[in-house]
Design a protein around this ligand. Structure first.
Ligand code: HEM
Length: 563
């Protein structure tokens, strides 16, 4: 009898504590549910650990139990309470997401409705998230719930509604994965519309047609260097994915910072690019599905590996550029237009433009963006299309006797077929295959017949919409590489969004076109149709595309023969 009484008195308060804490977990979920907490993972974890410490001290020092508990017992009780809290929180979240969430009536894989880790697992599985999303749409329809608060929408009407100039959608929490306030963020990460608009104006100045004329000679020099590499390796296979990447990054380092990565010359990846590439897969898996976790990793020294190294490198280069720019400004050399994009941003800072990012970190972010965004990978070859391009380039270069080094942007910029090739390549191989996410306004969003609730993370999957048979001439035509289709299509009206639309449209679009036009025209003028290297598996190359937030292509071994 005595032992039963003592058991009751010993366990009953603990059961009460556990039950109370379980419901505290449920309550916490409903308390935080309306708020976006993705940007505060460290604060939340800190508060959680501080509470656990307080509970432990409470057990140990007689606050919760008469006489206090031994260290081991106090730790055990704290652990039990923490488990009860977590179970309460998780149970409430899962039940709510599965049955009561504002998106519960949208179809999608059941585990995806419960947690974003479903998407992380799918993404980690061969980095084929763009294909997984396409399969989900085939199975569930045009509106698919791909996460607890996430909808993937495969309708052309969603492009202007979500991204167009008049949209009320804003950037999703994904963009706040990196630490810092508004002043610390890069253009790409700026979510608030007004600061974004002000900052974008500066970028547009640095990438305007006038500024591009200043950069052209450096882009041409890089294109010529690439061509000389191809001449040297004539008759032998060369990996054009790698050399295309070298070209893109060499141009970006020149135009971006007036710094030469020298990758085309050395034939090797610059250490900063190696660091970036080593971290991109993990960034895409974590960042795409759990931005708060990425936010945590980038705050813990060493946890994000090469990514951190890359950011640090950008910071150092930026500081170097700032020193040079300030010297030039002091000696009035800066009276002429800045010679690179970063100098345009520094000029805005020096002129006291309120759109200029203010802190050091912000410059690091701008610098990183500049490099990531410049990735080019337009190298796939189709002989008949190549020959058609050759004819048109030859025509444009007739007055120069077909000399490829004489190719200037002025001479080739009006060859529409060149642009169609670029557009068609970006249709089948978009730079951001899974698309870019946005948050719907509180009042929601109407897309065709469907009302999308407010505060929903929405995305138009670029890979899927740009090859959807309903919008691209049927099953066969949708996957065919046919640049000629662009003769009657408009990039603003088609189900195409390779450079995005509206306020977030890529400011580097004209530079990207200039780079691509120059290199393609020079190649067409100088070389016969490139041949695949013996044994090269075109099918494997095409299917081996990886979705690492930006698209990653496998090796493309081609053999070039001068004309
Ligand atoms: C083929 C080449 C390129 C493609 C397909 C491309 C595509 C894109 C896309 C889809 C976005 C929207 C991202 C988002 O909203 O999350 C974007 C943004 C951006 N791109 Fe590009 N880009 C290319 C080249 C470049 C180049 C060469 C630059 C260089 C300066 C650049 C600079 C930027 C910047 C600064 C943004 C952020 C725009 C904003 O926040 O409003 N891009 N790009």
């Amino acid at each position: 009898m005595a032992s039963a009484a003592s058991l009751t008195s010993a366990t009953w308060p603990m059961v009460t504590h556990l039950t109370t804490v379980f419901f505290a977990g449920v309550g916490s979920h409903h308390l935080i549910r309306p708020y976006e907490i993705d940007s505060y993972p460290i604060t939340i974890c800190g508060a959680y650990l501080a509470t656990l410490t307080a509970v432990f001290v409470g057990y140990y020092s007689k606050v919760f139990v008469n006489g206090g508990l031994e260290v081991a017992a106090a730790a055990w009780n704290t652990l039990a309470l923490s488990c009860a809290f977590n179970i309460g929180l998780a149970t409430s979240m899962l039940i709510y997401r599965a049955f009561f969430h504002r998106l519960h009536h949208f179809p999608g894989p059941f585990p995806a409705k419960l947690s974003r880790f479903y998407a992380a697992r799918a993404s980690a599985n061969g980095l084929q998230m763009h294909i997984t999303t396409q399969k989900m749409h085939e199975r569930y329809g045009d509106f698919v719930r791909t996460g607890p608060h996430h909808l993937s929408i495969l309708r052309p009407a969603a492009i202007p509604a979500i991204y167009g100039p008049a949209t009320r959608c804003v950037r999703s929490p994904w963009y706040s994965a990196t630490p810092g306030g508004v002043d610390d963020l890069s253009l790409l990460q700026t979510r608030a519309p007004e600061p974004h608009k002000r900052r974008k104006k500066i970028w547009e100045r640095g990438l305007s047609f006038k500024a591009l004329q200043t950069y052209e000679s450096r882009v041409r020099a890089k294109a010529d260097l690439l061509l000389s590499r191809l001449v040297e390796s004539a008759g032998k296979p060369i990996d054009m994915t790698m050399y295309g990447m070298f070209y893109g990054f060499d141009v970006m380092s020149e135009v971006g910072f007036s710094k030469d990565f020298n990758m085309l010359k050395s034939g090797e990846k610059h250490p900063a690019i190696m660091a970036l590439h080593s971290s991109l897969s993990i960034l895409s898996i974590i960042g795409g599905s759990a931005p708060w976790l990425l936010g945590m990793l980038t705050r813990i020294p060493g946890a994000s590996g090469g990514y951190q190294e890359f950011i640090e490198w950008c910071g150092v280069e930026l500081q170097a550029r700032r020193t040079v720019y300030n010297q030039e400004r002091a000696t009035k050399i800066e009276d002429k237009d800045p010679s690179d994009v970063v100098s345009w941003l520094l000029k805005a800072e020096g002129d006291g433009d309120i759109g200029a990012p203010k802190s050091n970190l912000a410059w690091q972010e701008e610098a990183r963006l500049l490099i990531v965004a410049g990735r080019l990978y337009f190298l796939a070859r189709y002989p008949d299309i190549y020959r058609k391009l050759q004819e048109q380039v030859d025509e444009a270069l007739k007055p120069d006797g077909g000399d490829s080094t004489a190719v200037s942007h002025e001479k080739i910029k009006d060859i529409a077929y060149l642009d169609w090739i670029v557009q068609e390549t970006l249709r089948l191989k978009p730079a951001v295959p899974s698309g870019v996410s946005r948050l719907t306004p509180p009042e929601g969003l109407q897309i065709d017949e469907v009302r999308v609730p407010g505060d929903t993370i929405v995305v138009v999957p670029m890979h899927s919409i740009q090859r959807d048979p309903r919008y691209w001439g049927g099953e066969a035509d949708a996957v065919a590489y046919r640049p000629g289709r662009w003769e009657t299509l408009s990039t603003e009206k088609a189900a195409w969004m390779a450079f995005n639309r509206g306020a977030s449209v890529c400011p580097g679009k004209n530079l990207a076109f200039m780079e691509l036009r120059l290199v393609l025209a020079k190649m067409a003028a100088r070389f016969e149709v490139p041949q695949f290297a013996p044994g090269f598996d075109m099918e494997a190359f095409d299917c081996g595309t990886e979705d690492r937030f930006t698209m990653h292509l496998g090796e493309l071994q081609l053999v070039f023969t001068p004309r």
